[in-house]
Design a protein around this ligand. Structure first.
Ligand code: SF4
Length: 180
């Protein structure tokens, strides 16, 4: 059975814990390293008219949830990276592995993490993923366009839950447990 996260942060509701998953080797996960924890964000949450829609980054204009995610990253000292396509996800995780990274936090849709569970394990950096509000590329049959970075609809992030998860991990000395 897939590991299930049990968060002891009382602000995270039981049904919300189902919106969170682990990927990769749980035994190797470690968020205590001195390097900044990567926060991987999906490009599909960017405003569709944004200049950064099809390139990495965000100028923090405030027009979409990526701005909120960057603000959370700044508050907690995380390093945000917008993942622009599937190839970039693999490259980013490969690079993080080479740098000795032992844990990332990210947000993507449940269908993506279910489909790529084996890929996350193969890429070798364990992570915690938080679901998004809507799952439009799969719902609309645009999965291939999304993988290539050309999906044209906008996804919303669960920014409240994202911050609670980050706060729990960083401020509670691993006050979360996992069960098999
Ligand atoms: S907040 Fe960032 S990603 Fe969103 S529209 Fe503005 S510049 Fe683009």
């Amino acid at each position: 059975m897939k590991e299930r996260l049990l968060f002891l942060n009382r602000q995270i509701m039981p049904d919300e814990s189902n919106e969170i998953t682990l990927v990769g080797d749980l035994a190797a996960m470690d968020f205590t390293a001195r390097q900044a924890i990567p926060l991987l964000l999906p490009y599909c949450a960017k405003d569709i008219a944004c200049l950064y829609r099809y390139q990495e980054g965000c100028s923090r204009c405030g027009q979409c949830d990526i701005n909120s995610a960057y603000a959370i990253a700044a508050r907690y000292g995380l390093q945000p990276v917008t993942i622009q396509n599937y190839e970039m996800l693999e490259e980013t995780l490969e690079k993080l592995k080479q740098q000795g990274c032992k844990g990332f936090i990210g947000t993507c849709c449940r269908r993506f993490w279910l489909k790529h569970d084996a890929d996350f394990a193969r890429l070798g950096v364990p992570g915690i993923l938080i679901n998004v509000e809507n799952c439009t590329c799969y719902d609309l049959g645009k999965e291939q366009a999304a993988y290539q970075g050309s999906f044209s609809k906008q996804t919303r992030l669960k920014t409240r839950l994202l911050e609670l998860v980050i706060d729990t991990i960083l401020n509670s000395n691993r006050r979360f447990i996992c069960e098999i």
